[in-house]
Design a protein around this ligand. Structure first.
Ligand SMILES: C[S@@+](CC[C@H](N)C(=O)[O-])C[C@H]1O[C@@H](n2cnc3c(N)ncnc32)[C@H](O)[C@@H]1O
Length: 323
């Protein structure tokens, strides 16, 4: 095993034995739903950087997988939507983290009369070699784990998620990203990497890792400030700004002309006709914004029309639109 993976193992063993509220700097409020209470210990062990729980992914009792369980908060939130024995598989490589989350689910059972620990099937396993059958999962998730992995390991971990998902299944993720180059001292600092501070990629590289694995549709659902690495506290000469994103990668077939990547762009037709038809499956009704993927945005822009407005990426894609 690479030494950085051993360091990661030790960091999260420690974080399981001694919950560390500041370990990951979550920018999300802890949300609760009617009848859903998140035990305090799970909130203290929230080591993620966004949310992977989106209600619109979770209709029709999907079979779910969550890799890198942490304190179990997001598994509990997923179980809220499913409420079936073994409805959510939780995989983690650190025994102490599995045990801590098991205890936290007992506490969650005491606070939530609808919840039973048996809704979550905890398994020891590695993100790079998942103990899960091929094509068996509707919704897979990971939060703040894949950014730790170096390129070859990231490739394996994404390939594993792709393998276990059913066709059209979705991988929902949250991870830090960084558009600035990081120096080798930061990149090779195993502890900073394990703490989700020095492994992050630019968004385009992160997305490419997903489309290279075969995911035909990508949705960037949120992009938020995460952390600063400053020269006084970290081995860097310049201030480094880290963001976090929420992304879904959908196991749709790869379109012949390349993946559909939604970054929150929209097109608005404002010509004299009632609508504009690009004859490629996109009908733009007059003055009605339609969400478009970046590929369609490029195609529409290349028409050079003066009656179609294309917005910038908001990095807040919320469903619907083209493709
Ligand atoms: C940053 S924490 C995130 C925990 C949780 N997802 C959350 O949002 O609170 C990373 C988690 O991944 C687990 N982990 C680390 N390396 C792993 C690996 N190779 N395979 C599976 N899980 C791993 C850690 O034990 C820990 O639970």
């Amino acid at each position: 095993m690479s030494t950085y993976l051993e360091t990661t193992h030790n960091v999260y063993k420690e974080a399981a034995l001694t919950p560390d509220v500041g370990l990951c700097c979550t920018t999300n409020p802890i949300w609760e739903l009617p009848g859903l209470k998140i035990p305090k210990i799970m909130q203290e062990m929230n080591y993620g950087c966004g949310s992977t729980v989106h209600a619109r992914d979770l209709t029709n009792n999907p079979k779910m997988l969550y890799v890198g369980v942490g304190g179990g908060m997001e598994l509990l939130q997923f179980a809220y939507f499913n409420r079936q024995k073994d409805g959510v598989i939780g995989v983690d490589v650190v025994d102490e983290m599995l045990e801590a989350s098991r205890q936290n689910f007992i506490e969650a059972e005491a606070q939530n009369d609808w919840f039973k620990s048996e809704f979550v099937d905890l398994k020891k396993g590695d993100a790079m070699n998942l103990p899960v059958e091929d094509n068996s999962i509707d919704v897979a998730a990971q939060n703040c784990l894949f950014n730790i992995f170096k390129a070859d390991d990231l490739k394996k971990a994404i390939a594993e998620m792709y393998r276990v998902l059913k066709p059209h299944g979705r991988l929902v993720m949250s991870d830090p990203t960084c558009e600035q180059p990081m120096n080798d001292t930061l990149r090779n600092d195993e502890r900073l990497r394990a703490l989700c501070l020095s492994g992050s990629l630019p968004i385009a590289e992160y997305v490419k890792a997903l489309t290279d694995a075969g995911f035909g549709t990508i949705e960037i659902r949120a992009r938020k400030p995460y952390r600063i690495l400053d020269p006084k506290n970290y081995p860097t000469d310049e201030l480094i700004y880290i963001e976090s994103i929420e992304v879904a990668a959908i196991k749709d077939p790869m379109p012949e002309d390349g993946p559909c990547i939604f970054t929150g762009k929209a097109a608005i037709f404002f010509g004299s006709e009632d609508y504009f038809d690009d004859k490629k499956g996109h009908i733009l009704l007059k003055n009605q914004p339609i969400a478009i993927c970046d590929k369609t945005a490029g195609d529409l822009a290349s028409l050079g029309r003066d009656d179609i407005f294309i917005s910038e990426s908001t990095y807040h894609y919320d469903g619907g639109g083209c493709c």
